[in-house]
Design a protein around this ligand. Structure first.
Ligand SMILES: Cc1cc2nc3c(=O)[nH]c(=O)nc-3n(C[C@H](O)[C@H](O)[C@H](O)COP(=O)(O)O)c2cc1C
Length: 165
């Protein structure tokens, strides 16, 4: 099964998780690079990021293109911004309609997951486009590093159990 991980990360936690998942799945990886990206952490940029989520903003992406038809499984990783997924992911989904794929959705947050997965499912079109969700995983960074590692290991076991069925 050929796998692709698509992710956006502003401060590195989704990138870290994507790299761990890459090792597990032996996947290709696509890092989304919006231009302009959200600047350094500040209250103003936090509000700006949230505003872009609420406005369903579609930033230009400057990363390489992939042909998602080449893949059976697509994992999509995002930080949670204002209780939802990030604008770079929305741009990717607009440019790359996903049909007939197995999906893994994952998110990093700090205690307020909100509607991230339901909004992402809606943007992807799960039933409408014959996609199948294998797993959804949200990592809350309010937990200790040890606890986070345990959650990630449990998640990986869940994915492997599915794939080995
Ligand atoms: C603009 C912005 C909005 C955010 N909104 C939320 C939120 O609604 N809920 C939450 O739990 N964390 C929120 N966060 C925190 C991030 O989700 C969290 O730090 C995440 O781990 C960042 O992932 P990254 O390191 O891959 O960028 C927000 C961060 C930013 C920059």
């Amino acid at each position: 099964m050929k796998s692709l991980i698509v992710y956006y990360s502003h401060s590195g936690s989704t990138e870290k998780l994507s790299k761990e998942l890459q090792t597990l799945l032996n996947a290709d990886v696509l890092k989304l690079q919006p231009d302009p990206d959200l600047g350094n952490p500040s209250f103003l940029n936090y509000i700006k990021g949230g505003w872009h989520v609420l406005r369903k903003h579609l930033p230009k992406l400057t990363n390489k293109q992939v042909n998602i038809d080449d893949y059976d499984l697509i994992a999509i990783g995002t930080p949670v911004w204002f209780g939802s997924f990030t604008p770079a992911i929305r741009s990717f989904l607009k440019d790359n309609p996903i049909k007939n794929k197995k999906l893994v959705l994952f998110a990093n947050h700090r205690g307020g997951l909100g509607n991230t997965f339901s909004a992402l499912e809606k943007a992807i079109g799960i039933d409408k486009n014959q996609n199948q969700i294998i797993s959804e995983f949200a990592l809350n960074h309010k937990y200790s590093a040890d606890e986070q590692s345990r959650f990630v290991q449990e998640w990986f076991t869940e994915i492997m159990n599915y794939l080995e069925r």
